[in-house]
Design a protein around this ligand. Structure first.
Ligand SMILES: Nc1ncnc2c1ncn2[C@@H]1O[C@H](COP(=O)(O)OP(=O)(O)OP(=O)(O)O)[C@@H](O)[C@H]1O
Ligand SMILES: [Mg+2]
Length: 303
């Protein structure tokens, strides 16, 4: 086996089966008088894909920000593999949590490959002098980083566009590039904030396969999405946030069949969805009893 001088730790450790990767307890985030997230507990175990859903403004992105050091929660504690999170984003990334953003954050004027290389900086240990002097260590490190970045681009299906400028990619491909960049930090947990927003159905399907493949690589996934078919096909567990609080958490069928979730968020269950029949029965029974509010997920204040 050769020793890789480029990276501290390219495999931060596929978590042991059953290990709790993320443990958020009592997370509360207040902005002045507004409590955006209130007392939320959520765990993600090794090998799990967990979904986080809820209406616009429910606090999903704010909760993600509390998991990534962007915000320090007003109350509560977040642990990653047993350790309390450091209060800085770059330290959280180095610890092993990577994310994508609801509003894509790429370096528009850099190439696709360069964007992924930027994502690797927390894993490369070549220092300032090495970069300035550009000795053999630097070149070896650079090559290994590029090889890994190309591997990740191939993984998300963008290797043929490595030299394109990020801003010239169609929207769906920019979202995939964000995933490749997040993976470049070799995370143990990946947080995806609306990964299929703006994608066509075909792109959404390939993203679903991509997330399964990421899970199979030993990376736990927490995903926010408004596309319910995507969420309920993909996730082992789904938590529902409403007005900053966790309303319910369970498997797809349980969540879809919960009348409070239907009333607060889902509206009509989609055809052939897991739990759709049960939900339909509940609705039919309710229709006979008393009318329910019918609030479908909206997208009007998407950021
Ligand atoms: N930095 C901030 N300062 C003040 N209020 C904020 C801040 N960030 C979020 N909020 C407020 O917190 C609430 C939750 O917002 P958040 O973006 O977390 O919702 P969300 O569930 O991600 O919604 P969406 O589905 O539309 O993305 C909203 O009322 C929002 O206006
Ligand atoms: Mg959001």
């Amino acid at each position: 086996m050769t020793t890789d001088t480029t990276t501290k730790d390219t495999t931060p450790g596929a978590a042991a089966p059953g290990e709790t990767v993320l443990d958020a307890r009592g997370v509360t985030m207040r902005f002045g008088g507004l409590t955006a997230v209130r007392g939320v507990d959520l765990t993600v175990g090794a090998g799990e894909i967990v979904g986080l859903i809820g209406p616009n403004g429910a606090g999903k992105t704010t909760f993600f920000n509390c998991l990534t050091g962007l915000y320090v929660p007003t109350e509560g504690e977040v642990r990653y593999k047993g350790n309390v999170l450091p209060p800085k984003s770059f330290k959280v990334t180095a610890a092993g949590i990577a994310r994508t953003f609801q509003n894509i954050r790429l370096f528009a004027n850099m190439t696709v490959l360069e964007n992924v290389l930027v994502g690797r900086h927390t894993r490369t240990k070549e220092g300032f002098w090495s970069a300035v002097l550009r000795g053999p260590g630097f070149h070896k490190a650079e090559k290994a980083s590029r090889d890994r970045a190309m591997e990740l681009l191939a993984f998300v299906g963008l290797d043929h566009k490595a030299e394109h400028l990020a801003r010239n990619l169609p929207y769906g491909e920019q979202r995939k590039l964000e995933i490749a960049r997040a993976l470049a930090s070799e995370p143990g947990l990946l947080l995806l904030d609306e990964p299929t927003a703006g994608m066509n159905p075909q792109e959404t399907r390939t993203t679903e396969e991509l997330v399964f493949a990421i899970r199979d690589m030993g990376i736990a996934v927490l995903v926010i999405e408004h596309d319910m078919r995507f969420i309920f096909n993909l996730c082992d567990r789904v938590a529902v946030l409403v007005q900053g609080e966790k309303l319910i958490e369970g498997d797809s069928a349980t969540v879809q069949g919960d009348e409070r979730v239907v009333a607060a968020y889902l509206g009509e269950p989609f055809e052939n969805a897991p739990g759709a029949e049960e939900a339909a029965e509940v609705e039919a029974a309710e229709a006979h009893a008393e009318p329910t509010t019918d609030a479908a997920p909206g997208k009007e204040n998407d950021r």
